[in-house]
Design a protein around this ligand. Structure first.
Ligand SMILES: [Cu+2]
Length: 205
């Protein structure tokens, strides 16, 4: 009796495995190697976002957090989907006064310690520059994008965006040193499966 049950389970296994593989094949992993167009060197802190051309129903934005520790915003560069609620926990013993005058999100969290009662909703796409009224050298960037598919390049200039459904996208790149410069022209990207691309970013023009 017991043996029969075990056999049945074994037979059922291949079906499960196949289904799991089908699911994985639908969503692609996009890997970008980003370099500085002037030096050819790997570039970190590049925000890459894949904005779908066909605006179907997008997944709901996830929440995000930008902490303050040792009088520094962590992370220094964030990317969030439009509509994301961002927490600003202050892990320092000193109080901070976080603000932004950027058109994409004007707000201030007046002098506080600990965690503010409410998160800040970043409800418009664009680049938001954060500062602290008390500590002038504190700064950070939040790039708000109309897509849940994005990433930030690491020290090797690598960005990995996973779970991207097949379709046509515009790849948009941004770097803090491009603040105040015009947007880089987006490049069309067709996603049919996993993809690896090399891209360069001009930091000056
Ligand atoms: Cu501060």
């Amino acid at each position: 009796m017991l043996r029969k049950v075990v056999t049945a389970r074994r037979r059922a296994l291949p079906g499960f495995v196949l289904c799991a593989l089908c699911g994985l094949a639908e969503a692609a992993v996009i890997t970008l190697r980003v370099s500085d167009s002037a030096s050819g060197r790997a570039l970190d802190s590049v925000v890459a976002s894949l904005v779908p051309l066909d605006r179907g129903e997008l997944p709901q934005p996830r929440s995000a957090s930008i902490a303050q520790a040792n009088k520094t915003f962590l992370p220094h560069v964030s990317v969030v989907q439009t509509g994301t609620a961002v927490e600003f926990p202050n892990n320092d013993t000193v109080r901070h006064h976080v603000y932004s005058f950027s058109p994409a999100k004007v707000f201030e969290l007046k002098l506080y310690s600990g965690k503010p009662a409410k998160p800040v909703i970043f409800d418009k796409p664009g680049v938001v520059v954060l500062g602290c009224n008390i500590h002038d050298r504190m700064s950070a960037y939040v790039v708000v994008v109309d897509t849940p598919w994005f990433g930030i390049s690491d020290g090797e200039g690598t960005v990995r965006v996973s779970g991207v459904p097949p379709g046509d996208y515009l790849l948009q790149l941004w770097h803090p040193r491009r603040l105040g410069l015009p947007e880089l022209p987006p490049r069309p990207l067709r996603v049919m499966g996993d993809l690896a691309e090399s891209v360069s970013v001009d930091l000056k023009n």
